[in-house]
Ligand binder design. Structure first.
Ligand SMILES: Nc1ncnc2c1ncn2[C@@H]1O[C@H](COP(=O)(O)OP(=O)(O)O)[C@@H](O)[C@H]1O
Ligand SMILES: Cc1cn([C@H]2C[C@H](O)[C@@H](COP(=O)(O)O)O2)c(=O)[nH]c1=O
Length: 215
C-alpha cells in the first residue's frame, strides 16, 4: 500500500541527506521520482544536504496545487513512481492534503521531510497537517545533540549566539551562524532556559558562578 510518510526532526539531523539517499536508491533501480522543495538554503529549485549533496527539485509556490501538478505531469506522459517533499514544514496545510490525495488516488508513495516545530517550539502549519494525515511519522535515527550532550529536540533561533523568541515564523537560515541570525538545536531543558552554547560558555566564565574559596 502506498504511504504518506513524515520524516521529522530538528534542524541538522539528516533529513535532506535521507531524502537524497531515498532518491538515489530508487533511481538506481530505474524508478523516477518527483522532488518538491521550498526555500532550501542552496537556492530555488534545489534539495541540498550539509554533506554536500544536492539535486534539482520543483520549487513549490504558495498557491500551487501539488495533486494537479502531478496529474498534469502524468497526463503529459511523465513518470512519477514516488514523491519526495523536502522542507515540508513550509508547505501550506492544503498542500499536505494534496499530497495525501496523491497517495490515495494516484497510488504513489510520498516521503515528506521537515522540522516539526519552529524557534518558539510551535508547530509549523504544514507539519501539523502532516502529523494529522501521515500514515507514519518517523523520527530520524542519527540524533542531533544539544551543547550539553543530550538529544536535541528543539530548534532555537539565535542572534549573535543568543536565543530570541520574537520574529517571523519563517526565516531561512542555518546552524553555526554565530554572527548573524542563525539557529541552534537544543534539548528541551536548555530551550526552556534559553541557554545556547554561547550563553552557557559565557555564564561558565562569569565570576558569579566560580566556586567561592572558603575563608
Ligand atoms: N563534515 C561532516 N561530516 C560528517 N557528517 C556531517 C558533516 N556535516 C554534516 N554532517 C551530517 O549531516 C547532518 C545534517 O544533514 P542534513 O541532511 O543537511 O540535515 P537536515 O536536512 O536535517 O537539516 C548532520 O547531523 C551530520 O550528521
Ligand atoms: C526553527 C526554524 C527554522 N526555519 C528555517 C531555517 C532553515 O532554512 C529551515 C530548516 O532547514 P533544515 O534543512 O531542517 O536545517 O527552516 C524557520 O524558517 N523558522 C524556524 O522557526
Amino acid at each position: 500500500m502506498p504511504e504518506l510518510v513524515f520524516f521529522s526532526g530538528t534542524m541538522d539531523c539528516g533529513k535532506s541527506t535521507l531524502a537524497l539517499q531515498i532518491e538515489h536508491n530508487r533511481s538506481a533501480r530505474g524508478l523516477q521520482g518527483m522532488i518538491f522543495t521550498r526555500d532550501d538554503r542552496a537556492g530555488e529549485g534545489k534539495l541540498s544536504s550539509r554533506l554536500g549533496l544536492v539535486t534539482d527539485a520543483v520549487e513549490v509556490a504558495d498557491d500551487q496545487d501539488l495533486y494537479a501538478y502531478l496529474v498534469e505531469h502524468l497526463s503529459q506522459g511523465g513518470r512519477a513512481d514516488y514523491v519526495i517533499a523536502d522542507e515540508a514544514q513550509f508547505l501550506a496545510p492544503g498542500q499536505i492534503d494534496q499530497l495525501a490525495r496523491v497517495v490515495d488516488e494516484l497510488d504513489i508513495d510520498v516521503f515528506a521531510f521537515g522540522i516539526t516545530t519552529d524557534f518558539r517550539s510551535k508547530l509549523f502549519p504544514g507539519s501539523q497537517r502532516l502529523v494529522e494525515l501521515a500514515d507514519r511519522v518517523e523520527v530520524l535515527q542519527v540524533e542531533a545533540l544539544c551543547w550539553c550532550g543530550a538529544r536535541a529536540t528543539h530548534n532555537a533561533r539565535t542572534i549573535g549566539g543568543e536565543m530570541v523568541v520574537e520574529g517571523a515564523q519563517v526565516v531561512v537560515g542555518d546552524v553555526n551562524q554565530a554572527e548573524d541570525v542563525g539557529y541552534e538545536v537544543l534539548c528541551r531543558r536548555h530551550h526552556r532556559r534559553r541557554m545556547t552554547a554561547a550563553t552557557a560558555r559565557a555564564s561558565a566564565l562569569s565570576p558569579d558562578v566560580l566556586p567561592i574559596a572558603s575563608a
